[in-house]
Ligand binder design. Structure first.
Ligand code: T46
Length: 132
């Protein structure tokens, strides 16, 4: 599956940790940052795939699961470290669930928001993934 866990450098000090994402950490040009927060317990996010968008997800605080499906296999990744991110390349269906209380999901994206890049129907996604 075309995903990757990428470690984010951490500067550890007795007064706290600092992690930094410089542009060479992420294998795409950053064009947008957004974040999910105050997610009620039991809520699910995602439920779609992207045709071209690349994204890098980080659990800045707390934890959540990312369920990934490339049309052939399914994988579940738990994100729970602020110094680790998940790169999701295009053509992968994703669902996010099991958000812990107070969790924050930061997303760095390769492009600005474009609804036309989304596939929000799983049957259409399966067809799309067969032909791409
Ligand atoms: C993804 C997961 C992890 C905007 O206006 N601009 C934006 O940049 C985004 C991301 C969303 N929106 C609007 C579109 C909808 O009216 O915000 C509303 C909620 O968006 P959506 O239902 O797509 O949110 P999630 O959390 O299900 O999905 C988002 C991203 O859209 C998606 O790319 O991979 O987070």
């Amino acid at each position: 599956m075309n995903i990757q866990i990428i470690e984010i450098p951490k500067i550890k000090e007795p007064r706290g940790n600092l992690s930094v994402i410089e542009k060479d950490i992420i294998p795409f040009e950053m064009n947008r940052v957004y974040y999910l927060y105050d997610v009620p317990s039991g809520s699910e996010r995602g439920g779609h795939a992207h045709k071209n968008l690349k994204q890098f997800l980080i659990a800045l605080s707390g934890s959540f699961n990312v369920i990934l499906n490339d049309g052939k296999e399914e994988k579940v990744i738990t994100l729970n470290k602020p110094n680790e991110g998940l790169l999701i390349n295009p053509g992968i269906w994703r669902e996010l669930n099991n958000f812990s209380s107070g969790s924050v999901c930061l997303v760095i994206a390769s492009a600005v928001y474009d609804e036309a890049d989304y596939i929000r129907d799983f049957d259409k996604f399966k067809l799309y993934s067969k032909n791409h």
